[in-house]
Write a protein that binds this ligand. Structure first.
Ligand SMILES: [Fe+2]
Ligand SMILES: [Fe+2]
Length: 323
């Protein structure tokens, strides 16, 4: 059982690309920025070392040879030691001379740095989300992979309907906590092999409200999104879902997205009482319906997005199934 890690997606925004430390060379900094990379600019060896210690996602160092505090060669020697890992270090022949680089090292390095994709830096909030997700996994070990997949599916759909990279990242994190409210459901109900009584069903459905309460204990954009998802992911576009029987646009969009993802994954998953469906069969249920599920349970725009990128759902299920 491990912490929930949302896999890096193909669509990484500029802020998540390589960060390059540029020491004593404003022109090199300008050239590198021009390639869409993030630049931290410093002017002494001491400032450079402070930046290296403070920022673990620096992937390359470009330094002028003559740099106050010991020079570029000294910085190059210290940088690798400071980070404890190998990074690209280029010492320019003279300050401010990106175009005077005789070896062409900078020119050859830039394309490689531009392609380097870093995982998002783990913020404190990301870490807290991981802790909560692991807490949910302790309650029900089966949910671990389900939660990972849901985050990925939700990000795929959000991207397809045109959300920004930042909003997609938010829903990826938030979707993984959709069932956090189940930590309050007694095991005798959560794992009951036979049909639930009316009272037990009501208790089970309360996981939506409980999840919203848990995630509303503090405020942030990710928590607000997660709280909405927790409360409304069992609502249906056509009405008749729970906890409130909302319908249409009254249901928050993030919950409409996760609702479809949750049903798809439930259809694909094996349970003690049922086999998992193939992708083709699960997609057919969503798009055409069966005795339990109808296409009008889902936001038509979200369903259209699913139709468009359904192969990626299948790929995600295959990739993120099994430990
Ligand atoms: Fe749920
Ligand atoms: Fe779920």
């Amino acid at each position: 059982m491990g912490a929930v890690k949302i896999p890096a997606t193909d669509d990484i925004g500029p802020s998540l690309r390589s960060t390059v430390l540029v020491a004593g060379s404003p022109l090199a900094a300008e050239v590198i920025r021009g390639h869409g990379l993030t630049v931290i600019e410093v002017s002494t060896v001491q400032e450079a070392m402070a930046a290296l210690w403070a920022d673990p996602i620096i992937t390359a160092v470009i330094s002028a040879r003559s740099l106050p505090g010991g020079g570029g060669e000294r910085l190059a020697a210290m940088a690798t030691a400071a980070l404890g890992r190998k990074i690209d270090v280029v010492v320019m022949p003279s300050a401010g001379s990106a175009h005077e680089d005789p070896s062409g090292t900078l020119a050859s390095l830039l394309p490689r740095m531009s392609m380097t994709r870093q995982p998002p830096p783990s913020t404190e909030l990301d870490s807290l989300f991981e802790c909560l997700a692991v807490a949910a996994e302790h309650k029900d070990n089966e949910t671990g992979q389900h939660n990972r997949r849901l985050g990925r599916y939700a990000g795929l759909l959000a991207r397809t309907i045109g959300w920004s990279h930042q909003r997609c990242r938010i829903i990826e994190l938030a979707a993984s906590l959709h069932d956090i409210g189940k930590i309050g459901i007694p095991d005798s109900i959560l794992f009951k092999p036979s049909p639930l009584t009316i009272e037990e069903r009501a208790q089970m459905e309360h996981h939506t409200i409980a999840g919203h309460q848990i995630l509303s204990a503090a405020t942030s954009p990710v928590l607000a999104c997660a709280a909405n998802i927790a409360r409304h992911h069992h609502e249906r576009w056509s009405g008749g879902g729970y906890p409130f029987g909302l319908h249409g646009a009254a249901i928050p969009l993030e919950a409409r997205i996760v609702s479809l993802c949750d049903v798809y994954d439930a259809l694909r998953s094996e349970r003690p009482y049922k086999a998992g469906l193939s992708h083709q069969d699960a997609a057919r249920v969503l798009l055409e319906g069966d005795e339990r599920t109808s296409p009008d349970h889902f936001d038509p725009h979200v369903l259209a997005a699913f139709r468009q990128i359904q192969k990626k759902f299948d790929d995600t299920f295959t990739l993120l199934t099994g430990e």
